[in-house]
Design a protein around this ligand. Structure first.
Ligand SMILES: Nc1ncnc2c1ncn2[C@@H]1O[C@H](COP(=O)(O)OP(=O)(O)OP(=O)(O)O)[C@@H](O)[C@H]1O
Length: 212
């Protein structure tokens, strides 16, 4: 994997478009500290290109809530089915929350590709490390906050976390930023200072690699 290109709104470096084969079967992985702007950027992207992208449907062992549809909100399976899938190596990542298992499966990613969409994964650093062990060949984008101070301000400004959770997220962010410094960790590092500029650079980079 090539060293990541780092782009802030003032940088211009990018690989020549002609050198890269467009391949919509390659998943697009977005990672970055909580509060760095992943959801904001993805919301814009899905709105501008409504038919181009899709999220994979996760598996869960929890029961469906009223209105939830199997295969749409989640792939609902029993706990023993979930555990069998773990044994078969079906999951890129899985975790337990409130006594229920949740996971992202290789099959779930392939389903999105089969629907003719680019599969987008918004995952954390552990997920990035795990997906690298699969045969899915994703592109990796890291959304970097301009500074820890800015990240803290955004997390507070969002108003969705308690003070303790903010401290936890900042601690995790330090580890994620450190990992992102390693050569080959990501294909693109986007410093999200000016949102409009970051979004433009994200779209330009995606359009060099996918037909959307
Ligand atoms: N470039 C930017 N400048 C200023 N504020 C921004 C910018 N990008 C995003 N924000 C704001 O920062 C906050 C965090 O962004 P967002 O929720 O998209 O982060 P996230 O990376 O998806 O976090 P999480 O992983 O916790 O879901 C939001 O309130 C968003 O409006």
């Amino acid at each position: 994997m090539c060293p990541a290109a780092t782009m802030s709104t003032s940088a211009t470096a990018s690989a020549p478009a002609a050198a890269i084969a467009r391949d919509n079967s390659r998943p697009l992985v977005l990672s970055g500290p909580s509060g760095s702007g992943k959801s904001t950027l993805l919301t814009r992207l899905f709105k501008e290109f409504p038919n181009a992208f899709g999220f994979s449907v996760s598996h869960t062992s929890r029961s469906p809530r009223p209105g939830e549809v199997n295969g749409v909100n989640y792939n609902f399976v029993t706990r023993s089915e979930f555990e069998a899938l773990i044994q078969q190596g079906a999951f890129i990542e899985h975790a337990e929350f409130a006594k229920n298992l949740y996971g992202t499966s290789v099959q779930g990613v392939k389903q999105v590709v089969d629907q003719g969409r680019v599969c987008v994964l918004d995952i954390d650093m552990q997920g990035v490390k795990l997906i690298k062990k699969t045969s899915l060949r994703p592109w990796f984008i890291f959304i970097q906050p301009p500074s820890m101070t800015a990240l803290e301000a955004r997390l507070r400004g969002r108003g969705t976390e308690k003070e303790e959770a903010i401290a936890d997220r900042l601690e995790t962010a330090r580890a994620e930023l450190e990992y992102a410094q390693q050569p080959g960790a990501h294909d693109l590092v986007l410093v999200n200072d000016n949102l409009d500029e970051t979004y433009k650079r994200l779209v330009a980079w995606i359009q060099e690699r996918y037909t959307i």
